[in-house]
Design a binder for this molecule. Sequence first.
Ligand SMILES: [Zn+2]
Length: 440
Amino acid sequence: MKLSALGRIALATGIAVLTTAALPGTPATAAPVKKKILPVLVEFSDASFQFPEQVKASTPDTYFGAKKDSVSSFLSEVSRGQYTMVPAVKEKLIGPIKLDLTAGGCQHGEINKLTRAELTKRGLVEGKDYDSLSMVFPAQKTNCPWAGLATVPGGTTWINLYGTASGLDVVGHELGHNLGFAHQGRLMCTGGKLTACKSDGTSAKSIMGGGGWLSGFSAPELIRAGWLSGGTSLKVSKSGTYTLRPLHGTGSGTRALDIALGKDRLVIEYRHAAGNLDAKIEGVHAYRVPNGAYGSSSMIDTTTKNKTPSNGEAANTDAITTLTDKTNKVSVAVVSSGGGQARIKVALNGDSLSAIDAAPSKSATPTPSAATPTPTASASASTDTEAVTDDSEAATESGSEELTAAGGRSTTLPLAAGGGAAVLAAGAGFLLLKRRRRRA
Ligand SMILES: [Zn+2]
């Protein structure tokens, strides 16, 4: 039990709460996964939805709609069909159900317990009738310091709903936590020296790092989920020049380079507009993965500027050009980047970048059959690594002063019932929530 390690909001977008060391297994495989998700509308003894009919109409649309920004469309696109969410019941939602519970105090544990008791009464069994439970309740009286909360990893989400529709930016972010992803921060390594970095803000390259759903997930997260299997994430074991295709979108080719950096990993991706994603992100981006915990990576930014979804910076503002890690004897240089392809020199074991031929090495030929098959995707999401992931996530997410106010309250909250999930993380909606509060 690690309740003392309870969460501080790491990125001003959420809180994380480590509740128990019992980790549910979520082995990632290359086989397509279909998850049955059950949205349940929940009301309190002293608080109801202001417009229940509108909430009932919008919820199936948010989760299962044909629109590009529904939860199911998003997860299908970002996983390239390897992970889909389908309705657990034919009505596509349950409720509103009225709990014998007052709204105040943001009692997420009680909400979970009482909702599950009601589902059991109705004959719905977790693991058989549904895999993932998403409780949506009116926010007006809860005083929850978040717009969304989730188990990390796990199958439980709480949506503290303002208005009549929960958007993908909140729900998709919480489901990312369910997949085992922490918040994604940014390491500022000005000049490209990996031995001199400091934490600063969010990556804005993932829905887990303030990038919104239009950025999808980043390469380390896709590796964590097991979605870059079959050699599409290439473990680089020798110096050479490697070719990357865009991270998102259809087609074959290498989508990420995965390089040892002592005990950590350096993951490199090339971002370029594809499908509904990355219209505002371009260029080669790099991430540091602590101790093999691919769900807890930070973007490496060699500049002080940061491209966010809303600022006017160029799409490639925080793309890397060179990286050097003298301690681990790794250097990286982008040879070319743009138009849907990037070429990257990687020098290992202290090799000189200038000694490497700028023509792509054979091993990076962008055809999946020619690429070295790598078991890393599933290995990275094995139970062993999962424990590491969650531990490091808790460590990462503690200690930010900014989060104390919201996180402090959570220290008295009960454990999440069901599933023995390890961590709770509250979400993307934090800033959203603050904005809305100001408006209210
Ligand atoms: Zn979050």
